[in-house]
Design a binder for this molecule. Structure first.
Ligand code: NAP
Length: 600
């Protein structure tokens, strides 16, 4: 006979395959919204948290459940709002001129409705004093029968929601379906037969909605990577706390299957929580961005992982070893910190994607523990999405995931970079007025934005300049490298925020054939992704990384502050090319001066 566990494993696997199929069709343009959308969907851990917070499992479980509800609802509300904010920015050239047909329902209103409906239903159910048959109907029929179908429908809506992200045209509609799916799952869970009190659920939900709503509506687009990392940490903490609460409630008397799922949940949840916090702090600049390394670091980390794995195996055999359980959770928290410390800030995007995947696995483990199929499905979808994105990032940098996680890349390469920088030639510098003269005779320009543009927050300056050039009949295209920026697809979001139509943004494979015809390649704060050494120099650490072939343009103008190398710490051969001219200075200021020179 097929057991619940087997069914769960089948569901996990099939959801993973389906997720791969759907998510691999999401274009790089929408990779950042994809991450925040999967983040919001993974907030389905809310359903498990609601039960723990509302059931009569004891004071500790209620407290842990309350914190978990707060964290998960922050992710759901914040994740959907920021995804919608980003998707609204993606417009085609035609959409900007013609009156765009408005999407019929503003998701903000929908979410506000969700909060109202949930609070209303919860209050009615708790205080209105239903007649006995009504209570019986809600408990025995609605909670067990209807909930199953609610969850199945929700899962279908989530998958359709992610499918919508395969095109900016349908993305918002897709997300609306996913939001509706979430609403159904949450409202359905409120009628779960074990929930006896709604007080802490409502308080947690209100706090989560306020925090998540503020983050979703207010956070600047340049801070999206930090927000994403922070929400991974909240989701993982929710999963971890629900696991601890369940272990405490049963005093460790759990079957081997449940203990295995619970063990994975708390370990992966714990390390993802602290690891994501570290990543957020590095991206926000609260911690030094360079890799922090010490002798024997990898051996120490792997030994710690082995101790955690050993404890988990022992706990599956002897689940009542309470002290070992809490020690294992503590070690998982420490391991998360140690895992991220040796990784440089510029590698954080890969780490965020990987932690996204871990968060999904923690969610799926929670699903196995509670035998809740919707959580298994969303956990698997989230896991697949994060894993796929991290692999794409690694491929675009021509590096292995092992190298990113254990290579302390920024550090090693900076030392090598010092040596590489000796091979120098002449560098031509240029002033904005001279650049303006060059633009006078140009017919086509390709703008290459990089990490430096994001740092300088120069996207609006880029947009203004491009508009001016287009008014003069110059063809303007943007070249987007998959790892330019601070997270997968981040450059697209920043440019969309500056009202640049997405049909002007070309991914690397599509734009490279255009470079030989371009009169000017204008590089704004990009460095490694334009380095010809990646193509020509077998000794370069960048060798093999696919690049934007800027050097094939008729002339090249680079906006950066100095000749300092980029993230990889390697001198850029491009700057010594006779066709290349350097406009030194902060990208935002240089663009302002250039704009003024062109106008005059
Ligand atoms: P990059 O190689 O790191 O170079 C950025 C350049 O921007 C720097 O050389 C810097 O030069 C300049 N810059 C910084 N602040 C500036 C300012 N205010 N104004 C003007 N210029 C400024 O960037 P990239 O070419 O975009 O390449 C991204 C790098 O990150 C790659 O090595 C990639 O492998 C790595 N990475 C990215 C991701 C991702 O998901 N996006 C993931 C992992 C790794 P100055 O100091 O001279 O101004």
């Amino acid at each position: 006979m097929t057991t619940e566990l087997e069914i769960g494993l089948y569901i996990f696997m099939l959801a993973g395959f389906l997720g791969y199929h759907v998510i691999s069709r999401v274009p790089p343009l929408l990779h950042t919204p994809l991450m925040s959308a999967t983040n919001a969907i993974a907030g389905i851990s809310l359903v498990g948290s609601l039960i723990v917070a509302g059931a009569d499992y004891g004071p500790l479980s209620t407290v842990l459940g309350f914190i978990a509800v707060t964290c998960s609802s922050t992710n759901v509300v914040g994740g959907f709002l920021i995804t919608d904010r980003m998707l609204r920015m993606f417009k085609k050239r035609d959409d900007q001129t013609a009156q765009r047909r408005r999407f019929p329902i503003d998701p903000k209103i929908l979410l506000a409705l969700a909060v109202l409906v949930i609070s209303f239903l919860a209050l009615i159910y708790r205080y209105a004093g239903f007649s006995k048959p009504a209570v019986h109907f809600i408990h025995d029929v609605l909670s067990t029968q209807a909930l199953k179908y609610f969850y199945i429908l929700s899962a279908a809506f989530f998958i359709l929601g992610l499918k919508g992200l395969s095109s900016p045209k349908y993305a918002r509609r897709g997300m609306f379906l996913a939001e509706f799916g979430m609403l159904m799952a949450v409202v359905g869970t409120l009628f779960h037969h074990e929930i006896v009190s709604y007080q802490w659920i409502i308080i947690g939900f209100v706090i989560g909605a306020i925090v998540g709503g503020t983050m979703g509506l207010r956070i600047p687009m340049t801070a999206v990577p930090q927000r994403t990392a922070l929400s991974h940490s909240l989701g993982a903490l929710a999963a971890c706390l629900v696991g601890i609460s369940e272990y405490f409630r049963h005093h460790g008397e759990l079957s081997k299957v449940v203990m295995t799922a619970l063990g994975f949940e708390v370990v992966i949840g714990g390390l993802t929580f602290t690891g994501s916090l570290m990543a957020a702090a590095k991206l926000q600049g609260l911690l030094p961005g360079h890799p922090i390394t010490y002798k024997g670091q990898n051996v120490f980390n792997l030994s710690l992982l082995a101790v955690i794995a050993g404890s988990l195996i022992y706990l599956v055999i002897v689940p009542t070893s309470g002290t070992l359980f809490y020690l294992m959770v503590g070690l998982a928290f420490v391991f998360g910190l140690l895992l991220v410390i040796p990784i440089g800030a510029a590698d954080m995007p890969v780490v965020i994607a990987l932690l996204n995947s871990y968060g999904g696995l923690a969610d799926a483990s929670m699903g196995f523990m509670l035998m809740n199929k919707i959580q298994i499905i969303t956990g698997s979808l989230d896991g697949t999405s994060g894993f796929l994105l991290s692999l794409l990032m690694c491929r675009a940098m021509n590096r292995s995931a092992i190298n990113v996680l254990f290579g302390a890349f920024g550090k090693i390469k900076k030392e090598e970079g010092g040596l590489a920088a000796e091979a120098k030639g002449n560098v031509r510098s240029i002033v904005p007025e001279e650049v303006a003269v060059l633009f006078d005779s140009a017919r086509s320009v390709i703008i290459v934005p990089g990490y430096g543009m994001a740092v300088a927050q120069a996207q609006h300056g880029v947009s203004e300049l491009a508009k001016l050039l287009m008014k003069r009949g110059i063809d303007v295209k943007y070249a987007i490298h998959p790892v330019a920026g601070r997270m997968p697809g981040h450059m697209n979001v920043l440019l969309a925020e500056a009202n640049i139509p997405y049909d002007q943004l070309y991914p690397m494979e599509q734009i490279n054939p255009y470079f030989p015809e371009a009169d000017i390649a204008l590089v704004v704060g990009a460095n490694d992704v334009t380095n010809p050494a990646a193509r020509n120099n077998k000794n370069s650490p960048l060798y093999g990384m696919p690049i934007l072939e800027v050097d094939r343009a008729k002339s090249i103008i680079v906006l950066k502050r100095s000749l300092r190398p980029g993230f990889a710490g390697v001198d850029n051969e491009l700057y010594y090319d006779p066709k290349c001219m350097m406009l030194f200075g902060d990208a935002k200021e240089s663009l302002n001066k250039l704009f003024a020179a062109l106008k005059s």
